[in-house]
Design a protein around this ligand. Structure first.
Ligand SMILES: [Zn+2]
Length: 228
């Protein structure tokens, strides 16, 4: 592995984050959130304006810590032998504008993306949704890949929202977290509830949870588990 111009503690952090980001991609395939090479995980490098992200177009089976790409928070490659994910601009925009976020995940997981294709938020009708998302999972605007449009849509939708997941219209899921692992968990949970609520609605009308009950569930769960 090269370390480019990275030195000292930053170099150690980058090596650790490369391993973490590589390993977390195994969860995308394990939970069937991705097809071919369509999803990606990134993490902020603590103490530096850098992030580590999946290389573009490399099969999940072939990912190694060394193949991960280190970029600035403007998406410029600092270290790595591959091109970064084509979603790098969106991840970088989120890190620049949401300092509390240390991990970002993108997938086209099928049930959640089906809601995005309908421009329909997933209503909060499960206690597991109240726990993890604190309400509905919102839809973000339509945005073309390249430049900051996707990142702007993610940040505009999630700022001031308890949900760590957004369904970008006609596209797919972006999740954020205080760690990359938390963002991966949100992506897994988003697909799980998207599927359950879809199945539920096929059988009859959905029953909403009272807002005060959503608040109580969210506060208990976040307090107990300390995710954010
Ligand atoms: Zn995508």
């Amino acid at each position: 592995m090269t370390n480019g111009g990275l030195t000292g503690t930053i170099s150690d952090s980058v090596a650790r984050i490369r391993q973490e980001v590589c390993r977390l991609h195994e969860q995308l395939t394990r939970w069937e959130l991705v097809t071919w090479t369509s999803g990606n995980v990134s993490a902020r490098v603590p103490g530096a304006d850098l992030m580590v992200i999946k290389p573009s177009g490399v099969s999940y089976d072939d990912l190694t810590p060394e193949s991960m790409v280190v970029t600035t928070l403007d998406g410029d490659v600092v270290d790595g032998n591959h091109s970064p994910s084509s979603d790098t601009d969106a991840h970088a925009y989120v890190y620049r504008h949401m300092p509390q976020v240390n991990g970002v995940v993108h997938t086209h997981s099928p049930y959640a993306t089906a809601w995005a294709a309908r421009d329909e938020a997933i209503p909060c009708v499960l206690t597991a949704m109240a726990d993890e998302f604190g309400g509905e999972i919102p839809v973000g605007p339509f945005a073309l890949i390249g430049g900051d449009d996707i990142g702007k849509g993610i940040v505009a939708t999630l700022e001031g929202h308890r949900s760590p997941a957004v369904l970008m219209r006609n596209h797919g899921v972006f999740t954020i977290g205080a760690s990359a692992k938390a963002a991966v968990k949100a992506a897994v949970m988003c697909e799980d509830v998207a599927r359950t609520v879809h199945i539920a609605r096929a059988g009859g009308p959905l029953v909403p949870i009272e807002p005060q009950h959503i608040d109580a569930l969210y506060e208990r769960y976040q307090g107990v588990y300390g995710q954010r």
